[in-house]
Design a protein around this ligand. Sequence first.
Ligand code: ADP
Ligand code: MG
Length: 353
Amino acid sequence: MKIGALFPRRWLNLQEYQSKKLMQESGVAVQRFYVADTASEALEAAKRLNAKEIVLKAQILAGGRGKGVFDSGLKGGVHLTKDPAVVGELANKMLGFNLTTKQTPKDGVKVKTVMVAEALDISRETYFAILMDRSCNGPVMVGSPQGGMDIEEVAASTPELIFKEVIDIFEGVQDDQALRMATNLGFKGPLQKQAADQIKRLYDLFLKVDATQVEVNPLGETPEGQVVCFDAKINFDDNAEFRQKAVFAMDDMTESDPTEMQAAKWDLKYIGLDGNIACFVNGAGLAMATCDIIDLHGGKPANFLDLGGGVQERQVYEAFKLLTADPKRNNLNKWKPLIKWSGDHFPARHPLY
Ligand code: ADP
Ligand code: MG
């Protein structure tokens, strides 16, 4: 048995356009869209859409794109325009440039793909998510009538506007629960049933793809009376990889940290940090405690590396290779014990032996 099979390696994350494809297949309402890797493809896609208004969206695995900034100087990773030519010009300032948002590292993430979609007027933006919640032993729906780009602020300053609905995994989402959530999201009249229907479809998708989270922000309503998912973020349970082959095949990993990926290959859990003391431990709890101890003594951990309980010799070897190969973290020559050992702390003969 593969040692790593006992532990989730990392959670698969898909781009918005990939998540929206899965949503479409489950009958969830999303706008028409194309994806493009070059500015000329984006221009072509904008013409082909033949929409009254077009939205151009940078594809990175982080949220907050609307309020993000590119290192090309362009502000905003989401732009609306009526002119396909403008889509081409904007795509030129997005593709190949780094987009920094409040969810990315400070140098941002390079944009390799853009989504060109039909824009719709949005009269109201709500927030809706389904996630696995340990404290409820199962899935929970979370929603707010005040969704959109300031949802973190809404959650912090007006927590009473965040509504929760615990789902019984055996029973699924009940009609009255879906309708109650739709009402809490502020949908009125016929929109209430439409929103409840979308909520149920999103839950079906959540189960079907073994998601750990499906987040739609905004779940919006249009002046024409449609409920539409304008953004999508789905995370998946890595333990389900064996039965979600099609989903996992979409993982391009280009945004993943190369050291983390190398570690994952050997079923090691590695997370790079910005300090200079390597943390190399068996077990995540002990690794976290060790990071805390390093911090408590005035040091800074360079990484979190959990070898796992049943680690084999070869994995330990690979783990040392990873730690020592990274120039930023290669501090071997400067390693000093944090605590000065004396005979009292470290008896030559252990009393128990
Ligand atoms: P992010 O969450 O990364 O900032 P979103 O996809 O939520 O990106 O887009 C940011 C904002 O752009 C949305 O809150 C919405 O106001 C607007 N928007 C996104 N998609 C569309 C669309 N298809 N039509 C009109 N407006 C849109
Ligand atoms: Mg969003």
